[in-house]
Design a protein around this ligand. Sequence first.
Ligand SMILES: [Zn+2]
Length: 116
Amino acid sequence: MVKQPKINRKPILRSCIACRRNASKQQLVRITRGTDGILSCDPSGRKPGRGAYVCANPACFDLIERKRRLGNALKCEVTLADYQRLRAEFNAVCEVLPHANGTALSADALSADVKD
Ligand SMILES: [Zn+2]
């Protein structure tokens, strides 16, 4: 039996539903559909329910809204009003994240990653 040392743990990676890049959970904003069916941003990452991850980058949010990715990811209908409400929440979450000042992703890296 091999003991897993607690240090050297790999960060948990999730992929952004907009640009599909893998990033640690700290660089992503989780959007959940709660057990009550209400969609919300979940900066704690602890809310129950199905979740989808988006880079803490407004460009990625633009993409999921334009391509309507959220409904697919969360297996529910997402209305325009939902997107507008989530965008406001998303922007608020991005403002308080320490990595959200443009260093997480450059626009160039983002467009290079998008393959549609
Ligand atoms: Zn992204």
